[in-house]
Design a binder for this molecule. Structure first.
Ligand code: 1VU
Ligand code: MG
Length: 353
């Protein structure tokens, strides 16, 4: 067992000091691109400033014979691009049991470590996976002479990972956050959905038959589709909140169904997630809209903060009781709005900051 006193000591001589708090930078939209795809890569420079995070993906969705091209493409893009103040550069490396991951980590940290903010690690099974990456990154940071630690983001996409979610979230001060990986998770759990995220028409509850109706089978009864991901997202949100790191939804594969995509993103936002992935340019605006609180919610939250004065006791506002707890809920909205407005002039105007 590691002593808590050692937790914030570098894991290699010459590596940067670990951080104590996850930097509060907007990450509503983590935009995925394949650095080996010339058309996509060409769009990256123009996306700087329009998304919070640009993520060069090296893992799933990159063909085996393009893995090296994707890695080299990311190095070239990172060296050639100024990501400015408000767009971070992340990568998703290959899985820890793959033949590519060691070269991914060695090449990326030593070549572009000064530009990389976060490394997303797929298929994390338990804290031991984070410990491995943690030590290796410290050694590579020392070798590369980096002065700022690269953070780690885990994808929750195995049954064992979900069972170990709290231990993963607290495995290292490098942990920045966690995303739901609904496709790999569904496969690992042997769920029977073939979709990438989103609901399923078969996962539903049915209204009771009307009172007095004996033939329940033929009665007209409404059905309501349920959220397949509610349990996992909620567990992930709790684990992240407990360890001071950030939870995210992940991919929504039905690119054309922008309505269901927005619904899935909003469910995650309401449950506590701070952002999501975009797989296609059409999902960028949806993610930004959903993960920025509405002007109405911000205005209401401010009214509650004002009405609550010193923050104790209870008041009535529009016929509803507000107290210390609802004040704290409103402060979550107000603080998020202020943080986003600080980097987004459109939101600053919308929220009248
Ligand atoms: O207009 P052009 O032809 O110059 O460009 C196309 C296309 O190249 C471009 N584009 C993108 N640009 C930047 N980033 C992107 N992610 C991106 N996606 C597409 O936009 C123009 C229009 O594209 P399109 O509508 O014709 O779409 P395509 O059929 O070309 O591509 C659709 C897919 C979904 C294949 C493509 O968007 C893609 O590969 N996205 C990334 C997928 C990904 O990263 N998957 C891994 C994460 S999800 C996961 O691991 C769990 C399942
Ligand atoms: Mg995957």
């Amino acid at each position: 067992m590691r002593s808590p006193k050692d937790f914030f000591a570098p894991l290699a001589v010459g590596a940067p000091t670990p951080i104590r708090e996850v930097p509060a930078r907007p990450s509503r939209v983590i935009h995925f691109f394949d650095p080996s795809n010339e058309k996509m890569a060409a769009k990256v420079p123009d996306m700087v400033g329009t998304v919070d995070v640009l993520l060069g993906n090296l893992e799933d969705a990159v063909k085996a014979d393009r893995k090296v091209a994707a890695r080299e493409g990311l190095v070239a893009i990172a060296k050639a691009t100024d990501f400015g103040e408000h767009t971070q550069l992340w990568t998703r490396v290959n899985a820890l049991d793959s033949p590519w991951v060691l070269d991914d980590l060695v090449t990326l940290v030593t070549e572009i470590g000064d530009k990389l903010d976060v490394i997303m690690v797929p298929k994390v099974q338990g804290p031991e996976d984070i410990h491995y990456v943690d030590r290796l990154l410290a050694q590579l940071e020392a070798k590369a002479g980096l002065t700022r630690p690269i953070l780690v983001h885990a994808i929750l996409e195995t049954a064992r990972g979900v069972a170990n979610v709290e231990a993963i979230a607290g495995a290292s001060p490098r942990m920045q956050g966690m995303s739901l990986g609904p496709a790999d998770l569904a496969a690992d759990r042997r769920m029977k959905t073939t979709r990438v995220g989103g609901g399923h028409p078969g996962y539903l509850v049915r209204q009771d038959p009307p009172a007095g109706v004996e033939d329940a089978v033929h009665a007209d009864r409404a059905t309501y589709q349920q959220d397949l991901w509610h349990y996992t997202i909620s567990r992930m949100v709790d684990a992240c909140a407990m360890h001071g790191i950030l939870p995210y939804y992940g991919p929504f594969g039905d690119i054309k169904d922008v309505v269901a995509c927005e619904d899935q993103f909003r469910n995650a936002f309401l449950l506590g997630c701070v952002g999501t992935w975009s797989l296609h340019p059409v999902q960028v605006a949806i993610a930004k809209r959903v993960f920025s609180p509405s002007a109405e919610d911000v205005a209401h939250a401010r009214r509650v903060v004002e009405a609550m004065g010193d923050g104790t006791g209870a008041v009535m506002l529009d016929g509803k009781m507000e107290d210390d707890a609802s004040l704290k809920q409103c402060l979550v909205i107000v603080e998020l709005a202020e943080r986003l407005a600080a980097t987004d002039p459109e939101l600053a105007e919308l929220y009248a900051v």
